[in-house]
Design a protein around this ligand. Sequence first.
Ligand code: DAH
Length: 339
Amino acid sequence: MKNKINNLLKEVEAFSAENPEQLEAFRIKFLSKKGLVPALFVDFKTVAPEDRREMGQLINTLKQAVQNKIVNLKDKLDEQPVSQSSGFDLSLPASSPLGTRHPLAIVRNEIIDIFSRIGFTVSEGPEIEDDFHNFTALNFPKEHPARDMQDTFFIEKDPDLALRTHTSSVQVRVMEKTQPPIRTISPGRVFRNEAISARAHCIFHQVEGLYVDEEVSFTDLKQTLFYFARELFGEHTKIRFRPSYFPFTEPSAEMDVSCNICGGKGCNICKYTGWVEILGCGMVDPNVLEACHIDNKKYTGFAFGMGIERITMLKYQVNDLRLFFENDLRFLKQFESAR
Ligand code: DAH
């Protein structure tokens, strides 16, 4: 009997369960009414009186070992995640919805697409820019009042550096490195020291365009932008130009498109004029070409610049620019089906 109990003790010690069913079978085998432990207590009655003390202790040790084992294994099984047999495959990815593109990214990509179709490449430049690329080369002389058109974030440690106020700085970088023909657009983030409101933000996005070659004329500018407006807002879109001023273009203009909401009839988006302004443009000033070492006797060019937020607001009828920066999922999810 002693041997039998010692063997059972070893068996209990070695036992482990992978699931609750195995653990329950173990419990039944040892502790149920017809189990091994009660059977030992029955046998115990036949033990010689001088051995009873030792046998009794041994049987109790076994019973205790079985009970401890059950408690320990139960704790372990509870800690484990729901097992495979429960029907859950825990290695599968969570069923959360897929992310969506940000509306500004959707519109930026669409603008890039439209210009790539007519041979424009995409160029990028740094967001921290020096005075030469952001201002001087673009024909903003030092101390010229035109510099106040854009409220600038300067970098305190180095007065020559600032956060770029427009992506026109990228046209300078492209022209420094490349001789015409040049046809490129530069999408990017820009910074202005402005109070944040529904119509303005200190961070926003622009797309700059540049075309330099022999005999580029205002007609080319007009047709290119006409094509662009129709591709973006629909084939019935009309455009018009108003004279304007930018230091880096001469002549300069601002372009309006017929209101895509009311089709030009007048509504609160276009303030009942039928037109909305979407970009600035003009013929590249010869001084700019010269600053970038491009022969301004041989080459002419046009440039344009637009704000992505403004165009996105028009296209999707968003009335508060701050929504683009808050990342509220209820707002972003509305663009799920857009490209
Ligand atoms: N850089 C101008 C701005 O941020 C936009 C602009 C206007 C760019 C006319 C141009 C242009 O290239 O020709 O307000």
